[in-house]
Design a binder for this molecule. Structure first.
Ligand SMILES: Cc1cc2nc3c(=O)[nH]c(=O)nc-3n(C[C@H](O)[C@H](O)[C@H](O)COP(=O)(O)O)c2cc1C
Length: 229
């Protein structure tokens, strides 16, 4: 399987979230070897969509000549898009959102009704693509933090697209926290294995992944400098 990782952290390989992404991929690759390409989004030249909608009327050619041309082709050649990024302002970081906006040439202006919503009709075939999000954040809360992002994710990629959202993510880059991040990353690896085996992560593993690594008050007090990890 061809996996394209869209690393939306400006910290590139030093990203907290990439610790989870690498563990997930390790789990997947332990079942069967995949071809993985990691794209550090921040390093690519991706201009903002101009909103001209030319691409939706001319067969999918964007008027902007930048890296998005090759990125779109690579997206279409992939089987799985893995979005790895930190939560910024309850949403995805701007460079990644700019990339998503620039996938507009995949659809044409024509609309069709699906259930009670409308969507654009494709002008390139991306029906084979599957989507995963791995997103970490700095607060200890999942509630009151990830809801907006998850709503957008489901609207864009459907109810079955896997989303792993993890609070307390800066701990992944704290060697002192290895006693709690190590077992958590093993769970993420397990999720990767399950995804490779059955195309989904079991409810049991998702439930375990939803448990904070350490209690919220302890995490907050560490951040506030009141205790050592
Ligand atoms: C501009 C900015 C906005 C952020 N917004 C949020 C937020 O809305 N909620 C939250 O819990 N953490 C927020 N954070 C914290 C990051 O999500 C957190 O530090 C994360 O672990 C960084 O992951 P990375 O190392 O993969 O980039 C924000 C950080 C930055 C720099």
């Amino acid at each position: 399987m061809k996996i394209m990782v869209l690393n939306g952290s400006p910290k590139r390989d030093g990203s907290d979230c990439m610790h989870m992404t690498r563990a997930f991929l390790e789990g997947m690759n332990s079942i069967s070897q995949n071809e993985v390409h990691i794209l550090p989004v921040i390093d690519r030249h991706i201009e903002y969509c101009k909103g001209c909608l030319t691409c939706m009327r001319n067969g999918g050619n964007c008027v902007i000549d930048d890296d998005m041309r090759s990125i779109l082709e690579e997206i279409l050649e992939s089987d799985l898009l893995l979005f790895s990024f930190p939560l910024y302002g309850f949403a995805m970081p701007a460079p990644l959102k700019a990339l998503l906006d620039r996938t507009l040439p995949l659809g044409k202006m024509d609309m069709r009704k699906v259930g009670d919503r409308y969507e654009h009709v494709e002008q390139r075939d991306f029906s084979h693509l599957r989507y995963i999000m791995i997103c970490g954040c700095g607060f200890p809360n999942a509630k009151g933090n990830f809801e907006g992002l998850l709503r957008q994710w489901r609207l864009m990629f459907g109810p079955d697209a896997l989303a792993i959202t993890v609070p307390e993510a800066p701990m992944f880059n704290a060697p002192e926290a290895a006693s709690v991040t190590g077992p958590f990353l093993e769970l993420v690896k397990q999720a990767g294995r399950e995804y490779a085996e059955r195309g989904a992560v079991t409810a049991e593993t998702l439930e375990k992944l939803a448990v904070p690594m350490i209690p919220d008050e302890v995490y907050a007090s560490i951040v506030n400098g009141e205790a050592g990890v």
